[in-house]
Design a protein around this ligand. Structure first.
Ligand code: GUN
Ligand code: FE
Length: 455
């Protein structure tokens, strides 16, 4: 009989497709030394009883208690780690003012490594406690503090994809918070890429460097061009903000006479490993360019409600074949939880479809076919995120990583309303998605290792 490093037994939910949930009732998940799911075994399979008999009394056998379920760990495709220090504040003003009055001042403090360490330790732990096993982070312009964030991810066992932010355009970045000049911005980025690649060698789950022009207004043409070249040279991930707000979208039109997507593409920044946050004003040509290049959209529904004054037609983009994942956009979005963001994604889509102007007859309101279901929001938070990053994450299936959150629906202090032991598991799944709080997330595992537990 094959030897496995760990075996887990229990009921799991995973995406079968973007619209359908797969329910794996009382399955065995056999994990190898690399933290990958080597075998998924159904109760009716021949090996099931044999394995159970062999492992059930071993230390490396984990059986879920009654009322507990496995979900894939969430993949947050857009987090500003330094902005955790201001989460929940200052959301009543437009993006441009918010950046200049609140965000750039707080990010400038990350020149101080002690300050950075405090915030970064907290944000990584908080995301893990909320079930986020992979996060795509913006750090700040500071090379050392950005590397510290990658080190903290490595140490805490989170799969962190981290970008040193580039802002070299003196016209749109303040004197106190900017790269010294364009060559320095590019040299720092290159050193950062090499340092994170080196760090990755000592981790099981992987950490990854990300080329990160903050957004077009922050960067000179030379920086955008140089960053595109670095992304190609080292085959790295790329992240930025794309067509987020009226102001930003208009600025790019004025500067390049084209939309963000085509401008970014001209600089080599739309690649298979690119993730663009927001994308509220993507038109069908932009969307076509995204599908052609394999660029993913990161949907940030809470943040968009504050800064975009619009709802992104995510169902339409998905139908066009664009890869889509979900992001918290801390702190444009106030919540570190992708459960909260999945809920908001559904709510926002319903408002787009149904409209909000009740003086119009129902059939004249909103945009038809805009709604998404909670199954789709779950898909964006898991498998969709994994596809966006081209990593084997976000599904509980063979050859995927064992990145899971164990949800306890029967906790005394945070019981979910499940009163029938034989309740349909589709309903249990929906209750989990709508009602889970951090207390219900009992354990979190990344690449076969336990990285969070709540007594
Ligand atoms: N555009 C440029 N920087 C930012 C940021 O920090 N947050 C958001 N939401 N949009 C941005
Ligand atoms: Fe953002």
């Amino acid at each position: 009989m094959k030897n496995y490093t760990k075996i887990f037994q229990g009921t799991a939910f995973s995406s079968k497709s973007s619209k359908e949930i797969q329910i794996l009732k009382d399955y065995l998940f056999c994990i190898n030394a690399n933290g990958l799911i080597e075998k998924v075994i159904a109760p009716e399979d021949d090996d099931y009883q044999i394995l159970l008999d062999a492992y059930r009394n071993e230390e490396n056998f984990h059986r879920l208690a009654e009322g507990q379920y496995f979900l894939p760990g969430f993949i947050d495709l857009h987090v500003h780690a330094p902005q955790w220090a201001q989460a929940g504040t200052a959301l009543d003003i437009p993006l441009y003012d918010w950046l200049n009055t609140y965000t750039f001042p707080i990010e400038s403090k990350f020149a101080d490594l002690d300050f950075a360490k405090n915030v970064y330790q907290d944000v990584v732990s908080t995301l893990l406690a909320n079930g986020t096993t992979t996060a795509l982070y913006f750090a700040t312009v500071h090379k050392e503090a950005s590397l510290l964030l990658a080190e903290i991810c490595a140490e805490k066992g989170q799969r962190g994809l981290v970008g040193k932010v580039v802002m070299d355009n003196p016209e749109q970045s303040p004197d106190y918070y900017r790269d010294a000049d364009t060559p320095t911005a590019l040299a720092d980025t290159e050193e950062f890429i090499l340092a994170v690649k080196e760090l990755a060698k000592s981790t099981k789950q992987g950490v990854y460097p990300v080329v990160t022009p903050r957004f077009i207004p922050s960067c000179t043409d030379d920086a955008l061009k140089g960053l595109g070249e670095l992304a190609a040279k080292y085959d790295t991930y790329v992240q930025s903000h794309c067509s987020e707000s009226d102001w930003e979208h208009g600025y790019v039109q004025d500067r390049f006479n084209k939309n963000d997507a085509f401008a970014l593409h001209d600089f080599g920044l739309l690649r298979d490993k690119s993730v663009m946050a927001h994308c509220n004003f993507l038109d069908d040509d932009d969307a076509g360019l995204f599908t052609e290049t394999g660029t993913a959209v990161c949907h940030c529904p809470i943040s968009n409600a504050y800064f975009a004054n619009s709802v992104i037609p995510i169902a339409h983009l998905h139908a066009k074949g664009v890869e889509i994942g979900l992001g918290s956009d801390i702190s444009g979005g106030f919540s570190p939880s992708l459960f909260d963001n999945a809920r908001q994604a559904v709510i926002s889509s319903r408002m787009l479809e149904d409209g909000v102007n009740t003086t119009l007859p129902a059939q004249e309101r909103g945009m038809p076919k805009s709604r998404i279901t909670i199954n789709e929001a779950f898909y964006f938070a898991t498998a969709g995120g994994g596809e966006s990053l081209s990593l084997p994450i976000g599904r509980l299936a063979e050859n995927y990583t064992w990145d899971v959150q164990i949800i306890d629906t029967a906790l005394d202090s945070a019981k979910l309303p499940i009163y029938d032991a034989n309740e349909d598991l589709h309903d249990v799944f929906q209750k989990i998605m709508y009602l889970t709080r951090p207390e219900n997330i009992r354990e979190v595992w990344v690449q076969g290792e336990k990285v969070h537990s709540r007594k």
